[in-house]
Design a binder for this molecule. Structure first.
Ligand SMILES: C[S@@+](CC[C@H](N)C(=O)[O-])C[C@H]1O[C@@H](n2cnc3c(N)ncnc32)[C@H](O)[C@@H]1O
Length: 492
């Protein structure tokens, strides 16, 4: 595939953005015409989906910019206006071929903004500086970023600029960095498409372009994949083992202002699945932050290598050679387990800090901003006052919590679960007495008052009440640190 350089012309991008809004190019419009999977269609699906489109202005737009199929210049002008077409040509997102416009890049709505990036991946043929789409890992990071209002935000390894542009809605100023000039050009184009003016781009590796600066929010989805390869800037970080991830975690903490948050996607190695997080704990030690480590996927070297070499699936010999090369690489690192996940940090002036680690089901992950705020409020309290602080505090279940009960055929309760309907969507099995107690925690009641009231209501004897207290204390501590509770007041 030929490399071409998109022109970072924000003014032209703004014209395209206006044309796209006027034609109604939204995720909903795509889903209406192509179904729920339309927005994430891949190259093979695009050829099929193209044939499902009617003839209309929005269909032309989807055909050209989402499915990356040529359209006639007349149809494009009818959909986006002559100015829109000229702007697309000027930036280089499309080229003219006789009567047709041929797309060179893709431009899609994602998370409420427009993003421009390179066309569909062609696997092996993608050039080293290829800029990827809004990928599933980008979705993880967007979900795991706290969205409080901040002064200064930083996005490292910005790619198409997604996280910088999402941060621009709640930060006064955003700096987006990348080693790939094409990525920064796409970021500027994406900023122009959305009329965003508070994003500055800087070329350079990791934190080098922001030496000595601090931020209230840091996001990073840099190439954390551990591999022996150096092929693509978007995937291969170029440092051995998990060293790129280690640098991201250590340096993010150094660049946080007091009270600042960082959300970074990283991977880390372990000798075996039995103790997968030892290294991440080392990286976090003494960094002045509370940390929440979310393991999103774990694999042994073979599964890890197979997952990242899927593009060879149709070629068993090449795939086999790649798997052998990767296996040798991990053997030399004495690594038997690779975890990919997110590290969330909150810098806090205090004497004690805590690290909490939880596995997360990537399929369940949703927007987690409010949950993250609650988790860090809980971690700060526990760090400074010890786990017993929960008995002193006034807690209340958040609105996003619900209880689920499974009944047997006689209508007897078999199982009670508490479910968080946001963020990590954790759920937790409970004794029914403990569930009763959790409801009693209303933000005015202390833990021990709740035990007393619940015991009275359920007519429990002294020993049963003590058992309830013991079980519920363990559960409340756990749920508190996982963001099921609002911390209404720190002390009784
Ligand atoms: C997996 S892509 C993710 C892009 C974007 N953050 C997202 O979530 O969609 C990784 C990005 O990191 C950039 N990158 C690679 N090595 C880097 C480094 N040492 N410093 C900064 N950026 C880097 C790549 O060029 C690429 O744009």
């Amino acid at each position: 595939m030929n490399v071409w350089d998109p022109s970072p012309d924000r003014a032209a991008a703004a014209i395209v953005g206006d044309a796209l809004r006027a034609v109604g190019y939204t995720t909903e419009a795509i889903e209406e015409l192509l179904g729920d999977d339309g927005p994430s269609a891949d190259l093979a699906e695009s050829v099929v989906l193209e044939r499902r489109l009617p003839r209309s202005a929005i269909a032309t737009t989807i055909r050209l910019l989402l499915l990356q199929r040529p359209v006639t210049t007349i149809d494009a002008a009818a959909a986006l206006g002559h100015d829109g077409v000229d702007a697309l040509l000027g930036i280089g997102l499309v080229t003219a071929d006789g009567e047709r416009l041929v797309p060179r890049a893709r431009l899609v709505p994602a998370e409420g903004i427009y993003l421009a990036f390179d066309g569909f991946s062609r696997g092996q043929d993608d050039p080293p500086g290829w800029v990827s789409s809004f990928t599933p890992t980008a979705y993880w990071l967007a979900s795991l970023t706290p969205r409080r209002r901040v002064e200064r935000a930083l996005d490292i390894g910005t790619g198409n600029g997604a996280h910088a542009l999402l941060a621009a809605a709640h930060a006064n100023h955003v700096i987006a960095t990348d080693v790939n000039p094409r990525a920064l050009a796409f970021t500027q184009i994406s900023a122009g498409l959305n009329g965003i003016e508070n994003v500055e781009t800087r070329l350079g590796s990791l934190f080098e372009p922001v030496a000595g600066e601090t931020f209230d929010l840091i996001t990073c989805n840099a190439p954390y994949v551990i591999s022996p390869e150096r092929r693509w800037q978007y995937r291969d970080g170029g440092l051995p083992g998990d060293q790129l991830s280690e640098r991201v975690v250590r340096e993010a903490a150094l660049h946080l202002a007091d009270g600042g948050h960082a959300s970074v996607l990283v991977s880390w190695l372990a000798e075996s699945e039995d103790d997968p997080d030892e290294r991440i704990h080392e990286w976090l030690e003494g960094n002045g932050c509370d940390a929440w480590v979310l393991g999103l996927s774990g694999a042994d070297p073979l599964d890890h290598a197979a997952g990242w070499n899927e593009h060879f699936t149709g070629d068993p010999d090449t795939m086999g050679a790649a798997l052998d090369e990767w296996a040798e690489y991990f053997a030399a690192l004495a690594a038997g387990w690779i975890t990919e996940g997110a590290v969330l940090l909150r810098k806090r002036d205090g004497d004690h800090h805590v690290v909490r680690a939880d596995p997360v089901d990537e399929e369940e992950l949703e927007f987690a901003s409010d949950q993250i705020e609650r988790v860090f409020a809980a971690l700060a309290l526990v760090a400074e006052e010890g786990a017993s602080a929960v008995t002193e505090a006034r807690l209340m279940l958040t609105d996003e919590v619900r209880f689920e009960q499974e009944l047997d055929r006689h209508g007897e309760v078999q199982e009670t679960r508490i479910v968080l309907d946001e963020g990590t969507c954790f759920d937790f099995e409970l004794e029914s007495e403990t569930a009763e107690l959790l409801i009693t925690l209303d933000g005015h009641t202390t833990f021990d008052e709740a035990v007393e009231r619940t015991a009275r209501r359920l007519e429990l004897g002294k020993r049963e009440a003590a058992e309830l207290r013991h079980d519920a204390l363990r559960v409340v501590r756990e749920l508190f640190e996982q963001g099921f509770f609002e911390l209404v007041r720190v002390h009784a």
